[in-house]
Ligand binder design. Structure first.
Ligand code: ZN
Length: 271
């Protein structure tokens, strides 16, 4: 599943091709994604110029003068830039075609993604309004996380993966950040000291920043904007490494299931 670094990598990949370009046509081949693509989207967006290509959590949105096209990649979605010379394949559900003939194409085999329209402020959209702060922004700091962790009985992993608390910390990066911070993923969120919460905040920022820098992790179904697999996967410290040796202490990395998701950790380094 594309996580925040992949979405940010996609945003950066498509931005130069779309900025200040006018939408000349929108072709929808499949309306039925997680939520249906609005039937009037082509009418609303055609002829409009793309002023900004932004990201909020795992939503990419194209800011037009009269509203925003919101795109979510779901479980298996990917965006690419192509031209009409590239024939659409089975899972290519929507083409947003620019006046310079370049096409922004969404491929989504599992159809958990979405393409929506928001006429007013993006932050007022019902999917975006309840979201917590961006992990890489200053609002997300030790004070914020420590205050919100108070009296929380859930595990620290579930806590940092809760998008009402902070967005964009998905399963892979939660395991990675907890390893860097030396915190056992099962530990109760409300019982972690402020000093260790600070380590965790720093670890989350560091983990996501380095993933974005490396172009996003490629896991199974995500390909980079050029269609080439990313190369960050080999740098993962614990995720997917069960049975292998910890890079810090040489003990064996363990895996277990938490909220029906795989968690990877080092029992020796994480307490
Ligand atoms: Zn270790």
């Amino acid at each position: 599943m594309p996580e925040l670094p992949e979405v940010e990598t996609s945003r950066r990949g498509i931005e130069p091709h779309l900025l200040n370009k006018t939408i000349s046509k929108i072709t929808i081949r499949q309306h039925k994604l997680r939520w249906p693509i609005p039937k009037n989207l082509p009418t609303l967006a055609t002829g409009q110029k793309i002023r900004e290509v932004c990201r909020r959590a795992k939503y990419i949105y194209l800011k037009l003068d009269n509203g925003n096209i919101i795109i979510h990649l779901g479980m298996s979605g990917s965006l690419r830039i192509c031209t009409s010379k590239t024939p659409a394949e089975k899972h290519d559900h929507i083409d947003i075609i620019m006046s310079n003939k370049k096409i922004l194409r969404l491929r989504d085999p599992r159809k958990f993604g979405c393409v929506l329209w928001q006429a007013s402020d993006i932050n007022e959209h019902k999917l975006i309004k309840p979201l917590g702060p961006e992990p890489l922004e200053n609002l997300f700091d030790t004070d914020y996380l420590h205050k919100n962790a108070k009296n929380r009985k859930c595990s620290i992993k579930a806590f940092i993966m809760n998008s009402h608390i902070v967005v964009g910390v998905g399963n892979i990066y939660a395991s990675e950040a907890l390893f860097r911070a030396g915190i056992n993923p099962k530990r109760q969120a409300g019982k972690i000291s402020r000093v260790r919460i600070k380590k965790l905040v720093d670890a989350i920022k560091l983990t996501l920043k380095s993933a974005i820098k490396e172009g996003g992790t490629t896991l199974r179904d995500f390909t980079g904007i050029s269609g080439q697999p990313g190369y960050f996967a080999q740098k993962l410290l614990v995720y997917g490494r069960d049975g292998e040796k910890c890079t810090v202490c040489n003990q064996t990395i363990k895996q277990f299931s938490q909220q029906a998701r795989s968690t990877f950790y080092c029992p020796n380094c994480q307490h």
